[in-house]
Design a protein around this ligand. Sequence first.
Ligand code: ZN
Length: 293
Amino acid sequence: MTDHPARRLLLVHAHPDDESINNGATMARYAAEGAGVTLVTCTLGEEGEVIPPALAHLAADRDDTLGAHRVAELAAAMKELGVTDHRFLGGPGRFRDSGMTGAPQNHREGAFWAAPVDEAAAYLVEVIRSVCPQVLVTYDPDGGYGHPDHIQAHRVAMRAADLAAEPDFRPDLGTPHAIAKIYWNRVPRAYAQDGFARLRAATVSFPGTGAVDDIPGVVDDAVITTEIDGTAYAAAKTAAMRAHATQITVEGDFFALSNNLGQPVLITEYYQLVRGERPVGGRESDLFAGVTS
Ligand SMILES: [Zn+2]
């Protein structure tokens, strides 16, 4: 245990780029503060659509080499955030991107969505028992917006958190470890609305504008327990998003995915605490609030 940093944060995401969009500022902050930041990405995002025309040949329905390209994009993004510990669940390519809901790829051999939850969770148990995070960040049960890999990432992360603490589960995977606090990524509706108001007032070249409901994890403000002010890390966050160039176009404080609909970059990142002691009076401003060891 002595070689671990005092504070240790684990994030579980479905595809390369989700971490930078959702948690880029949070990851940069804790890395800068010397905390251990571990990212586990569950798939290589092989089924993603490719934005730059020059790279269109990477797509799954053409060369099917997008996965390896996105491994490099993720590494570049992590450099921007100062995060050195990033891994793929079960190793790169162990689980494949399942595509959008209802796609035939959902059920193909090796698809993350088709994997038994406990089997996938065992890989994460090994990471949890080795890194010993006090804090876990993942998606809500709907995966933020219903993508099968996001829903599965939620299930696997929550199941692994339980199994990692269970002394009888796979003692060969390390000493049991209980995670003190678990958070789901959230965005308060009012903050999302403000972001779109800023976008409408700005001059950007995106052909269309997204809507509040295009942002994953939007909830009523009252659901939010925790907010991380990312102002000091906004540049690192947008640089990390820009590194995912096959997936994201960044323009100033705004970005678009392959649908080309403008969205605000969310500089303050919000969370719902679902395990651990809830803050009394107001929101937390630190994911490690109340963590003692
Ligand atoms: Zn994703």
